[in-house]
Design a protein around this ligand. Structure first.
Ligand SMILES: [Zn+2]
Length: 251
């Protein structure tokens, strides 16, 4: 067991025995680990172990069993996310996605920063649906899915009215549409945007606005990609889908 100082994001906590809790933390320096908090209700740690809390922790990390939280400081809470059921649902989904994408104990400081940055931007009020799409597209590689939304899979030309082909696991340009009679027949703007999402820097994001019908097309296509290549069934994603259905009825 070694003592480490690291930033960390609380992924979730769950009750364990009487009043103890198990807390999953994604740490910047050592990946994800499960921490044991004794008498969590009365513990001075009770506020810092809430989901979506970021802090600088001093941790006792055990590679093979439960780890322990020694101390913490510099706590960040995402107030705007916690105050809005939609933002909270999307934030919970990307956190669950990051949890599913890498195994426990696997060092991935880049994913950690990307996740925390995405949450910060959601909290600042940037479009949470688009932030979620960008996160979903960029995290595909962690699931072993490498999709190129930049060029035709056959001739590698760029900047054309592309369509997606499951047969070629990639884009087809108009000259090669006929290579797959079951190509997706989708709006080429979807792939223009996904290409941007794959290489996007967060500073560019503040200038992107996307209309509601295009957002819906992106949502449907990314769902198809996840169904076909990732095959995850996250409860937090189902919750978003249900929330959207209820949202439609309420309008
Ligand atoms: Zn081509």
């Amino acid at each position: 067991m070694q003592t480490k100082k690291s930033r960390g994001l609380i992924l979730y906590n769950r009750p364990f025995r009487e009043d103890d809790k198990l807390v999953k933390i994604f740490t910047e320096s050592s990946g994800k680990h499960m921490f044991f908090v004794r008498k969590a209700g009365k513990s001075r740690l009770s506020s810092v172990i809430q989901p979506l809390t970021v802090a600088d922790f001093i941790l006792k990390i055990n590679e093979s069993g439960l780890s322990y939280i020694e101390d913490y400081q510099e706590v960040t809470i995402f107030k705007e996310i916690n105050a809005d059921i939609y933002k909270l649902a999307y934030a919970s989904y990307i956190v669950a996605l990051a949890d599913a994408a890498i195994s426990d104990g696997f060092y991935d400081a880049h994913l950690f920063s990307f996740l925390v940055k995405t949450l910060e931007l959601m909290d600042e009020g940037l479009d949470y649906e688009i932030l979620t799409n960008i996160f979903e597209v960029q995290i595909l590689e962690r699931f072993g899915v490498w999709l190129n939304f930049h060029e035709c899979a056959l001739c590698h030309r760029v900047g054309l009215a592309f369509d997606f082909s499951y047969r070629y696991t990639g884009l087809l340009c108009p000259k090669h549409y006929d290579k797959d009679e079951r190509r997706s027949h989708l709006d080429p703007n979807i792939f223009y945007l996904l290409d941007r999402f794959q290489s996007l820097h967060f500073d560019d994001l503040k200038t992107i606005t996307i209309k509601a019908d295009m957002k819906k097309k992106l949502r449907l296509f990314i769902d198809d990609i996840y169904d076909n290549y990732v095959g995850l069934r996250l409860k937090s994603k189902k919750f978003i889908d249900d929330l959207d259905k209820w949202g439609q009825i309420m309008k």
